[in-house]
Design a protein around this ligand. Sequence first.
Ligand SMILES: [Zn+2]
Length: 259
Amino acid sequence: MNQTALAFLAHPDDAEFLCAGTLIRLREEGWSVHIATCTPGDCGTMTEDRWRISAIRTAEAAKAASLIGATYHCLDERDIYVVYDQPTLRKAVDLFRRIAPALVFAHAPKDYMMDHEMASLLARAASFAYGAPNASPFPRDPGSVIPHLYYCDPIEGIDPHGNEVEPTTVIDMTAQMNKKTAMLACHASQREWLRAYHGMDEYIESMKRHMAQRGKRIGTDAAEAFVQHRGHAYPRNDLLTELFGRATGQRPASGSANS
Ligand SMILES: [Zn+2]
């Protein structure tokens, strides 16, 4: 069975906010894990030029990935200018072709900024296409499949109209919190830049708050939530719930044993 997962997201640190806990759990189960970003995070600074911040942020992303033995990739598009067009889609399909994922994490189709929405479209299109023999010049891995595709929460769990997104899948992350926090903390440059730009010095705390919010849905201290893509040709069984539905570190619900 193909046990390769790919988080294909817009910016360095998006995976660490949105799905790193699940990636940690997949690694614990022996999966190969890849984290790809569309950009090197070249606008994520108030002080550095685009080249220096790109070098800093890709190094931070690679370090975070290395904490769980994952591989980091960057499509080398530019912050704010991620688009769904033929050249970018070709790069995405080629990346998927080389990785041959059976499980893909993408941004929510509707999110707070367009880079995320464009990256979501790229992930959807590339996941559908990469196994088609003529879709890419790279050799086709025999394990290529149309993967399980999960959309991560939009930032703050709300769509651009402010409505909370209703997840199909909520996975307990209580036992993964420390490692997920360590991964996010690798993005030291962003803790500082968000403090400067948003007046928010809670880079880590905001992640923990959101995970606690999602955890309430399943009676645990922390969780990650997803919406599964179940369109034509995609697998419709909820693989994540099948793998991790047994809550670990779950607070016993009143009146029911939890062993
Ligand atoms: Zn982002």
